[in-house]
Design a protein around this ligand. Structure first.
Ligand SMILES: [Zn+2]
Length: 444
C-alpha cells in the first residue's frame, strides 16, 4: 500500500478539534501527524478532507441480526420480554449463508456511519434444535467474513449461553441454537476459530440468566489465557436483578465479581439497574461500561447511571446493540442526554468525553488498544464528518458530537484503506437494497 496523505480541515487530536492537520499513512498506520499546515501549503498528492475528521469509531456492542426488527413491530405494546420473542423468531430463520448476507449489509451501514470496528456479541451458534453445523463455528465464520466484506474490523465476542433462567432452567425453543452445553465445550469450540487480519476473537458471558455462577470462571479464564476481551450483559432489566437476588442472594454484578469476571479487560454492557455496591465493584475493578442509549430507550430498559459510574472509576463506551439506530453520534450524545433526564442537570459529560466514548475507549474495550486515536503508530482509521450540512452548519467543531448524525459521515478509512468516499461505500454497491432483501428473507 503506497504512502497516503490526508489534509484535514479539522481533526480531533489531543481531545479537541485542531485546524489544518496533515496526516501521513503508511502500511495501515499513521506515520506522521503535522499541524498547522495551511491550505496553501498542502502537498499536491494529499487528499483534502473538509469538515471534522475523527479517529474511526468503535461500535462496542452489536447483535447484527437484530437490525431486521427496525421499523417492524415498533407499534406493538409490550416489554423487553415481548420484543425478545420477536427477536427469537428472526434468530430461528437464519443460517450461515443468510446471516452472512444480512450481516454484510448491516456492517456496510456501520461503515457508512463512520464505524471502523464492531464488537459482535454473538450467541446464535448452532443449527435448528441446537445441532452443530459441520463447522461448529459456521455462524461465527459468517460474521467474520461479513465484516471483511464490508471493510471493517470485528471483534467476535463469542458468547457462552447455557441456561434460560437464573435458576438454571434448560434452554428451550430458539434458545437451543445458542447453547454449547458447558463452558468447557464453549471454550473448545471458540478455540478453533481462526485468527486473521482485522479479526479478533473475544469472549462473552451472555448474562447471569444464561451462565450459571459455577460456569463463569471457565469463560473468564479462557479470556485471560487468550488475552481476549470479556464482555457481559449486566442488569439490563429489573427482572434479572430480582431473579439473581432470589437465586444467589446477590446482584448480577456481585455474582460476576465473586467469579473473577470483572476487571480492566472486562466490559459490562448496559449496567442500568445498579446498587451503590455494584457501582463501586465495577469502578474498583477497572471494568469498562458499554451503554447503548438508543436500544435502552427502544426496549424500555431504563437509564444507566453513567456519571456515577464515571465517578466510580469506570470508563464509558457505547454500542448500537439492537440497531434501532446505527449512529454513534446519537449514542454518544445519548450518554449525556439520558443523564440529563435522570439527574435534572446538564453538562455532566464534556463533548470531548463523548468523542472518547465512540473512539478512544471503545477500541481498547474490543481488544484494539492501538486504534481509536489519530497519532503516530496508531491504526490509520479515519471518519470524516461534514460540517456544512443542514444538521451541522454553524456548529463549533468541538461540539459537533451534539450536531452530527451518521448521515453526515463522508469519508471513512479503515487500516489505511478507503472504505467510504463522498458518502458512498466502495465495497458494497447497494447496501440499502441488500439490507432490504436480507431482511425480507428472514422476516417476510
Ligand atoms: Zn446486547
Amino acid at each position: 500500500m503506497p504512502v497516503t496523505r490526508y489534509w484535514c480541515q479539522w481533526a480531533w487530536i489531543t481531545g479537541a478539534a485542531v485546524a489544518d492537520v496533515l496526516v501521513t499513512v503508511d502500511n495501515g498506520r499513521f506515520t506522521a501527524v503535522d499541524w498547522p499546515v495551511p491550505s496553501a501549503a498542502v502537498p499536491a498528492d494529499a487528499t483534502r478532507l473538509s469538515g471534522l475528521t475523527l479517529a474511526g469509531l468503535a461500535n462496542s456492542h452489536s447483535h447484527a441480526f437484530h437490525r431486521a426488527l427496525r421499523g417492524r413491530g415498533s407499534d406493538v405494546a409490550g416489554t423487553f420480554w415481548t420484543w425478545r420473542d420477536a427477536m427469537y423468531r428472526v434468530a430461528a430463520r437464519l443460517d450461515p449463508e443468510s446471516y452472512r448476507v444480512l450481516a454484510r449489509a448491516v456492517y456496510a451501514e456501520m461503515a457508512l456511519a463512520g464505524i471502523t470496528c464492531v464488537g459482535e456479541f454473538h450467541y446464535l451458534h448452532h443449527g435448528p434444535h441446537g445441532a452443530p453445523y459441520d463447522d461448529p463455528n459456521a455462524m461465527g465464520a459468517a460474521l467474520l467474513a461479513a465484516a471483511s466484506d464490508a471493510g471493517i474490523r470485528i471483534t467476535l465476542l463469542d458468547t457462552c449461553y447455557l441456561t434460560s433462567t437464573v435458576d438454571g432452567q434448560p434452554l428451550a425453543g430458539p434458545q437451543l441454537r445458542f447453547g454449547d452445553g458447558s463452558a468447557t465445550a464453549w471454550a473448545q469450540r471458540v478455540s478453533a476459530l481462526p485468527a486473521a487480519p482485522g479479526h479478533r476473537i473475544g469472549a462473552a458471558i451472555h448474562s447471569v440468566r444464561a451462565v450459571p455462577e459455577a460456569q463463569m470462571p471457565a469463560v473468564a479464564e479462557w479470556a485471560a489465557s487468550n488475552a481476549a476481551p470479556l464482555h457481559v450483559h449486566v442488569s439490563e432489566q429489573p427482572a434479572e436483578n430480582r431473579a439473581s437476588l432470589v437465586h444467589y442472594g446477590r446482584t448480577p454484578t456481585a455474582v460476576l465479581a465473586d467469579t473473577g469476571a470483572l476487571g480492566p479487560h472486562t466490559t459490562a454492557v448496559h449496567a442500568v439497574h445498579l446498587t451503590d455496591a455494584d457501582r463501586a465493584a465495577l469502578g474498583d475493578s477497572g471494568t469498562t461500561i458499554c451503554v447503548c442509549p438508543t436500544t435502552e430507550r427502544d426496549l424500555a430498559d431504563g437509564l444507566a447511571p453513567t456519571s456515577s459510574l464515571l465517578d466510580a472509576g469506570c470508563e464509558i463506551c457505547v454500542g448500537s446493540d439492537s440497531h434501532a439506530v446505527v449512529d454513534m453520534f446519537e449514542e454518544a450524545r445519548g450518554v449525556e442526554l439520558h443523564e440529563r433526564l435522570r439527574t435534572g442537570r446538564r453538562g455532566l459529560f464534556a463533548p470531548a468525553y463523548l468523542v472518547a466514548a465512540i473512539a478512544g475507549v471503545g477500541h481498547p474495550a474490543l481488544g484494539w488498544p492501538d486504534a481509536g486515536y489519530i497519532g503516530v503508530g496508531a491504526r490509520a482509521d479515519l471518519a470524516t464528518v461534514a460540517l456544512d450540512t443542514i444538521r451541522t452548519a454553524g456548529c463549533h467543531p468541538d461540539e459537533a458530537v451534539f450536531a452530527a448524525t451518521a448521515a453526515d459521515v463522508r469519508h471513512v478509512v479503515v487500516d489505511g484503506r478507503v472504505v467510504v468516499r463522498d458518502g458512498r461505500h466502495l465495497l458494497v454497491d447497494e447496501p440499502a437494497h441488500d439490507l432490504a432483501e436480507a431482511i425480507a428473507a428472514v422476516l417476510p
